[in-house]
Ligand binder design. Structure first.
Ligand code: 4NP
Length: 157
């Protein structure tokens, strides 16, 4: 079992999109039982809120039904995750500050897995922008999720 936590700022746009896309793509590959995935935000501003309607609409547009109630990242549970994937640099730095150095090697930028990304590539915050931002974010999230699943497909267990 591999445990993955997706982290953004509010847990209303990027990390719930990654969470929903990951569950969907893992099910398509009959790999869902190999993972436990979750998402959360580095801030508490939106805790308890549903996903941003533009984020949910973008998932729906791709045939993915997913709903989420925003949660804050809990430092206490961090040790139970194999991978803690930060959507942007600011989320990454917040996690590094919050967690003991023994856990730092589990924290990575999500797009470090993106074949079109890099060790420093970010998923930009789409919250203040228009629909196109969500379309672009979906594209990079889906491509990166597929790449993450590929890395596990190539393993025996
Ligand atoms: P998310 O988007 O981190 O992708 O959920 C944001 C949502 C809210 C805020 C920032 C980003 N905010 O500053 O309230």
């Amino acid at each position: 079992m591999t445990r993955i936590m997706f982290v953004c700022t509010g847990n209303i746009c990027r990390s719930p999109m990654a969470h929903g896309v990951f569950l969907h793509r893992a099910r398509e590959r009959n790999m869902a039982d190999r993972f436990e995935v979750d998402s959360s935000g580095t801030t508490a501003y939106h805790v308890g809120e549903a996903m941003d309607r533009r984020a949910a609409a973008e998932l729906q547009h791709h045939g993915i039904s997913f709903s989420n109630n925003a949660r804050g990242f809990r430092n206490k549970n961090a040790g139970s995750y194999d991978l803690i994937l930060a959507m942007d640099r600011s989320n990454y730095e917040s996690l590094r500050r919050a967690l003991p150095s023994s856990l730092h090697d589990r924290i990575r930028l999500f797009r470090s897995f993106d074949p079109e990304g890099s060790e420093t590539a970010e998923v930009p915050d789409p919250w203040y922008g228009g629909r196109q931002g969500f379309v672009d974010v979906y594209t990079m999230i889906d491509r990166t999720v597929e790449a993450i699943l590929d890395t596990y497909t190539e393993r025996v267990s």
